[in-house]
Design a protein around this ligand. Structure first.
Ligand SMILES: C[S@@+](CC[C@H](N)C(=O)[O-])C[C@H]1O[C@@H](n2cnc3c(N)ncnc32)[C@H](O)[C@@H]1O
Length: 308
């Protein structure tokens, strides 16, 4: 066996009060990691080994993505330098930026629990993001709130970001095969989205479904949002629900500067006030605020619709 090479100390502690001076404090021998042989693993019934069909540039490593930005704001670890720079700039404009994100996520978990208690047992999380945190944490995926109440529920996670898909496939599991699915689709192309959901999820389209849009609608223009809502209303069975969280804005200079930061980062942003959010929901039957949540900044709405 070859002996591991001695490594020069990469990081060392400088003498007190002398920043930047290095002093050797010891040598760490790094043993090579044991290789895990794939054939040694038990087959995973929920895992569909699809090779990533996306080009590397889709990962957008050189600029922020909304999934990584949200992950950072919610206290996650799946983010890069450009995401951190953007969040710093956003926080400088609005010191409550991360608090608002946390508040919206808490509302979401409260609402999906409530819907599960009301009997809903099928959920589709559109624009799920990098929400692969531990149960009870802000980044917990919604199935961690649903399954303790409805253990046989079906949940489909959808996103367009390939990094989200990779994380979701690796980390979002549920006890039974098929209970949790991860689907890459584009919300701005609702027919394709519905087709993907029908083909690749175990959702039963004859029974009510709760569709979640958490902190994502601001990435869609009004025509795109209306197109999505009308396709959903036509496709969903009666008794289905829509859960929406939306950061609400006003007309202030600060909002304009925030939009400027998103534009610089080449991230879509369609700011909306409370009334504009409500207008998009024309045709849906909104529930009392007890179901949703109502602060000046986060609009959490539950609305019933579906025409099939
Ligand atoms: C701000 S993150 C919110 C993530 C999560 N829902 C949450 O509550 O924190 C928005 C997510 O929507 C996804 N998204 C944006 N536009 C999309 C589109 N056209 N189709 C599918 N997903 C989209 C992004 O990739 C991102 O993961």
């Amino acid at each position: 066996m070859t002996r591991p090479k001695r490594r020069a100390p990469a990081a060392a502690v400088g003498p007190a009060g002398r920043p930047g001076t290095l002093r050797a404090v010891g040598v760490i021998h790094v043993q090579p990691k044991p290789t895990i042989e794939p054939e040694g693993l038990a087959p995973m019934p929920w895992y569909v080994p699809t090779p990533p069909p996306w080009p590397r540039e889709d990962l957008r490593l050189d600029r922020p993505t909304s999934a990584r930005l949200a992950n950072l704001a919610l206290g996650g670890k799946d983010h890069l330098g450009p995401d951190r720079t953007l969040l710093d700039l956003l926080q400088a404009e609005d010191q409550d930026w991360t608090t608002t994100a946390l508040r919206a996520r808490q509302d979401l978990h409260r609402v999906v629990r409530r819907l599960a208690e009301d009997g809903l047992d099928q959920f589709v999380d559109l624009g799920c993001g990098l929400t692969t945190g531990a149960p009870g944490s802000p980044l917990a995926p919604i199935h961690t709130s649903i399954l303790p109440i409805r253990p046989t529920a079906r949940i489909a996670y959808v996103d367009i970001d390939p990094m989200v898909m990779t994380h979701a496939r690796a980390l979002l599991h549920a006890p039974a095969p098929g209970q949790v699915r991860h689907i890459r689709a584009d919300l701005t192309a609702p027919e394709g989205l519905l087709q993907e959901l029908r083909q690749h999820s175990d959702v039963d389209w004859q029974r009510p479904i709760a569709v979640v849009l958490a902190d994502v609608l601001h990435e869609l223009s009004d025509p795109q949002a209306r197109g999505l809502f009308s396709a959903l209303r036509l496709a969903l069975p009666q008794g289905s629900a829509l859960v929406l969280t939306h950061r609400c804005t006003g007309e202030s200079d600060r909002d304009a500067r925030v939009s400027g930061l998103f534009a610089q980062a080449r991230l879509p942003r369609h700011p909306r006030g409370r009334d504009a959010v409500d207008t998009l929901l024309d045709g849906w039957q909104r529930q009392a605020p007890a179901h949703g949540g109502d602060t000046a900044v986060v609009r959490t709405v539950v609305a019933y619709g579906g025409t099939k």
